[in-house]
Ligand binder design. Structure first.
Ligand code: FNR
Length: 418
């Protein structure tokens, strides 16, 4: 914290804007139209996206005085590992849309920043870089792997095995995206990154996936090739060029679109995954207390309360609004199970509120992507440092010296000031 302020005192401009709205605006100007639409956009009319932000605005921290907070610490223990802060980098796919230079340029700077800070990186199933390369870039720094549960068991098993070999300390299974949300900005632009080979490197580098592509090539012609009179539109040509640039073939993309998700999953299926790995399994996308109970009963070790940053259901409930009830249900079912939170965290003060409402740690999403777009590894690092610095200041001014002390008593809504 003091380093951030001292830099300001000596006249250094921050690497990226500190004010969230300015950070966003600078990133918007830097990014391509499609990249910006994909990253910043939400589902439908983006009411959920707005609701996530509004939910934070409804909570008020109560300042406390004359508490000795001279020695403060953000360190947090999660799944047995001590972390520098209750903060992780949320899994973000198709990340190369945020950088110039295409594939291979997206994850390395993120891994470098995560490593410098010791903040865990949650590697996406839809990363633009194979997880083994990112694992190398991370050195000994913590990483988790985020799994989209493929419709093909062999791909799921292979992803989990690779994640274990790449040193992942947990598997985060994202449950809320078995069907892609109604993403209006992308639809208007006619732009789906994956259809152009963006964000499918985890698959194209996977042995089980390769076998599926080969089996498909040996089988009957695909339906797309069968469509008569399909004139190559400019978009189709661009698509093909984009795939080629990423070392993907049309077969890769079509196979990916076939196997990327499974809509038939039920809680009983979690036992299958539980039987395949000894790593802790967290389920991401929980928004209902019953789902929290069922996840933990089915063998999950923790939860991520999230609505995917408002990208899935429009008019969905804000994640922060369901957090207290989900935490209560989770604590009753499995008192030790960590409950993480994302969707709408923009500042350290937001992180404080999520922690006060019961989260054990928060995932930072879009803001670090904007930092990446603006200044690569330095930008990611700066964004995370800004959040950490403001969390530290908020703790100090709320009379809190350690993360575990933060609770509902620090919010006006839950105390005598409400
Ligand atoms: C995501 N998110 C996401 N989640 C996931 O489990 N796997 C993924 O590959 C992605 N990809 C992805 C791409 C982009 C561009 C965004 C913005 C988000 C969701 C992400 O992990 C997190 O839940 C949200 O970003 C949280 O919302 P905010 O705080 O970013 O608004």
């Amino acid at each position: 914290q003091s380093a951030v302020y001292r830099a300001g005192v000596y006249g250094h401009r921050p690497v990226v804007p500190v004010t969230p709205a300015r950070l966003e605006e600078a990133a918007r100007r830097r990014m391509s139209t499609q990249g910006w639409a994909y990253v910043a956009g939400g589902a439908g009319t983006e009411r959920t996206l707005a609701a996530n932000a509004e939910a934070f605005a409804r909570h008020r921290v109560v300042p406390r005085q004359m508490v000795d907070v001279g020695r403060r610490s953000l360190t947090t223990t999660l799944l047995g590992r001590e972390l520098p802060a209750p903060l992780l980098l949320a899994p973000v796919g198709a990340l190369e849309l945020a950088v110039r230079g295409g594939p291979g340029r997206a994850e390395p700077p993120v891994a470098a920043a995560a490593r410098d800070l010791g903040v865990p990186m949650i590697i996406s199933s839809q990363a633009s870089t194979p997880m083994e390369e990112t694992a190398r870039d991370l050195g000994h720094s913590p990483r988790w792997f985020q799994l989209y549960w493929s419709s093909d068991d062999s791909v799921v098993a292979s992803f989990v095995e690779r994640a274990e070999a790449a040193g992942a300390e947990a598997i985060v299974v994202t449950l809320d995206t078995h069907v892609l949300g109604w993403r209006t900005r992308d639809l208007d632009l006619g732009y789906l990154p994956f259809a152009r080979g963006v964000g499918i490197a985890q698959y194209t580098s996977d042995p089980a996936f390769r076998r599926l592509v080969e089996a498909r090539a040996a089988g009957p012609a695909s339906t797309v090739d069968d469509v008569p009179d399909q004139r190559p539109t400019l978009a189709a040509v661009r698509s093909l060029l984009s795939m080629r640039r990423r070392g993907a073939t049309r077969g890769d993309v079509e196979t990916f679109l076939d196997v990327f998700s499974r809509s038939t999953l039920t809680w009983d299926d979690l036992a299958w995954l539980r039987g395949r790995t000894d790593l802790p399994i967290l389920v991401k996308g929980v928004q209902h207390p019953d789902d929290a109970r069922r996840a933990l009963d089915a063998g999950a070790d923790g939860l991520v309360v999230s609505n995917h940053g408002g990208r899935q259901i429009d008019n969905a409930v804000a994640s922060l609004d369901v957090l207290p009830d989900v935490v209560a249900a989770a604590r009753a079912a499995a008192p030790q199970a960590p409950v993480l939170f994302d969707s709408g965290v923009r500042t350290g003060a937001d992180a404080f509120v999520a922690l006060a409402l019961g989260a054990d740690a928060v995932l930072l999403g879009r803001p670090w992507v904007y930092g990446l777009a603006l200044a690569g590894a330095d930008g990611v690092r700066a964004v995370v440092q800004h959040v950490m610095a403001e969390l530290d200041i908020t703790m100090a001014l709320a009379g809190v010296a350690t993360v575990s002390e933060i609770g509902p008593q620090h919010l006006a809504s839950h105390g005598p000031c409400g």
